[in-house]
Design a protein around this ligand. Structure first.
Ligand code: F6P
Length: 564
């Protein structure tokens, strides 16, 4: 049992582990848990073609997982027993499945075609989605076409997205992923960190007269975003010499129209979304405005179509061929039965360099939960720690641990058959590495193979690869807006499916609140004030005192008009 779970005070919920379907899996694990992938492949020469599935432009090879066909039957039975189909339908219908916040969870509506309806509280939310998309498209085209001018009449050449968490990670990931399709005379940057360095470095070579800020915040109360937005506003007004310039250089994306207008952005310059879109599920809402400006409305809509194709597949495909369900069931097996505490996502595509960071919020903020929906402590491990880097870079960094370390690290390899760029020979090299890694992880190198190479007995233990390390390979023809949308939807629904099996609320994030509240309380204490005694624990008191002694107390709270 984990340290976190051992601290839980109430008795652990045994609802999940007491299910016959779970117990059947536990018994099955005792039988086949030690089977080596070498044996599984030897026993079934067709395994590499049968343990596969395909949808929405993505091919999944899951044959290199430590499962048999029976494992998958048992996992599917568990998903059925946990009511996956009913919970999925409830989500698509707009039921308030985020129970701790009493909210619908309807990111799927963001990519539902205009011809369809989803009614929430008497409103057809699909029509609302398309109304916002239409406004975004007009604005994006105006900026791209040089019709939206800055205060001094100059064309906008720089876009700065200010947001954090879901209001940053999705947009920046998608922008990087689709950079190939972007309009190259626009420079797009993303500022998230409250560390002023982020903003200052982003603005260093920008002229305010040519810069448009998109302030993205679902709540419009997030401290980091508002602090950066105010500093950017000051910088803009200082450079352009007029408060009214804000109207030409700032737009907002939010659900909070009062907050936006209070900040000084007119409601007409706000692009809205809804409380039924979770921050980490919002990159296909107006939160993606920077990306739409970069790649154009048509490409943005193609991305939405890719999302929708995967949504439909998730809704309609039988479980045995359902990519998000398969990905989730394999994740449950690796985590809860094989004991893997972590998972690596390894895109062999430089354009997907921010994809692991994006998935960290999606998976860990969604499923990093310690109680069930009813509030009982969970009896099993929930979300594993997700991390990753693009290949081949990671191979020269942390792959040693994945191949020969003591931990089991299931990997998701992601690749494309075609490169978007020239130097195609390098794409073959990249792909050869992708395939080689999953092969090495699965099959390893035995002591016999090592000694046949003439390696000394002393060195042999260092040269053996035990293999049997599970991985999935996801392949698409090429990276397009549609394949990106489908890929994100694939992981969204996998996260949902795992949450259903663990019976947790995947759509709240109460765990982020305590740190925020404590930071609010600590902030005024960082300024030396001997009259006020610090009343924290001895560690925090000492850290504050050290900081007070070393901080620079100078009145430099405003960004200089010109950052050079
Ligand atoms: O603090 C966590 C969080 O609430 C995330 O869930 C969210 O994506 C992020 O902050 C940003 O929130 P907002 O879009 O409201 O500024």
């Amino acid at each position: 049992m984990s340290a976190a779970k051992s601290q839980a005070c109430a008795p652990e919920s045994d609802a999940l582990t007491a299910r016959p379907a779970w117990q059947a899996l536990a018994a099955h694990h005792a039988e086949i848990g030690d089977a080596h992938l070498r044996e599984l492949f030897a026993a079934d020469p067709e395994r590499g073609t049968t343990f596969t599935a395909e949808a929405a432009g993505w091919f999944l090879d899951y044959s290199k997982n430590r499962v048999t066909a029976h494992t998958l039957e048992l996992l599917t039975a568990l998903a059925n027993d946990c009511g996956l189909a009913g919970r999925r339908d409830a989500m698509f219908r707009g039921d308030a499945i985020n129970t701790t916040e009493q909210r619908a969870v309807l990111h799927v509506a963001l990519r539902t075609p205009a011809s369809q309806k989803i009614v929430v509280d008497g409103q057809n939310v699909v029509a609302e989605v398309h109304a916002v998309l239409a406004r975004m498209s007009v604005f994006a085209e105006d900026v791209r076409g040089g019709r939206w001018l800055g205060y001094s009449g100059k064309r906008i050449r720089n876009i700065v997205n200010i947001g954090i968490g879901g209001s940053d990670l999705g947009p920046v990931m998608a922008f990087e992923a689709l950079r190939y399709y972007s309009q190259r005379d626009l420079t797009v940057r993303f500022v998230s960190n409250v560390d002023a360095t982020d903003l200052i470095e982003a603005l260093r070579d920008f002229d305010a007269a040519e810069t448009l800020f998109i302030v993205c915040s679902k709540t419009f109360t997030t401290q980091e975003t508002l602090t950066n937005a105010h500093a950017a506003r000051d910088w803009c007004v200082a450079q352009l010499g007029d408060e009214t310039a804000v109207a030409r250089h700032f737009v907002a994306v939010s659900t909070n129209v009062e907050g936006v207008t209070e900040f000084g952005i007119a409601a007409e310059q706000m692009f809205g979304f809804w409380d039924w879109v979770g921050g980490r599920y919002s990159m296909d809402s107006a939160i993606g405005l920077a990306n739409m400006i970069a790649i154009g409305p048509e490409n943005f809509r193609a991305m939405l179509a890719g999302f929708h194709a995967m949504d439909q597949h998730f809704q309609n495909a039988p479980m045995a061929h359902n990519l998000p369900v398969l990905l989730a069931l394999l994740a449950i097996w690796n985590n809860n039965f094989l004991g893997a505490t972590t998972v690596a996502v390894l895109p062999y595509a430089q354009y997907l360099k921010r994809f692991p960071a994006y998935l960290q919020q999606l998976t860990m903020e969604s499923n990093g939960k310690h109680v069930t929906r009813a509030g009982n402590p969970v009896a099993i491990e929930t979300a594993p720690i997700l991390w990753g880097e693009p290949g081949t870079n990671g191979q020269h960094s942390f792959y040693q641990l994945i191949h020969q370390g003591t931990r089991l690290v299931p990997c998701d390899f992601i690749g494309f058959c075609q490169s978007l760029n020239p130097l195609r020979g390098q794409h073959d090299l990249l792909t050869a590495n992708l395939f080689a890694q999953s092969q090495a992880l699965a099959f390893g190198k035995t002591a016999d193979e090592v000694s046949a190479e003439g390696i000394s007995e002393a060195l042999a233990p260092h040269r053996v690869f035990e293999g049997n390390r599970p991985s999935n390979t996801l392949l698409a023809e090429r990276l397009t807006p549609a394949t990106l949308g489908a890929l994100v939807a694939l992981y969204e629904h996998s996260v949902f499916t795992q949450g259903v099996i663990w019976d947790i609320d995947s759509f709240d994030q109460w765990g982020v609140e305590l740190g925020k509240a404590l930071a609010q309380r600590l902030l005024p204490e960082l300024t030396p004030d001997d009259a006020v005694a610090l009343a924290h624990d001895s560690s925090t008191n000492a850290l504050i005192e050290r900081y007070r002694r070393q901080r620079i107390d100078e009145d430099a709270d405003r960004l200089p008009a010109a950052v050079d």
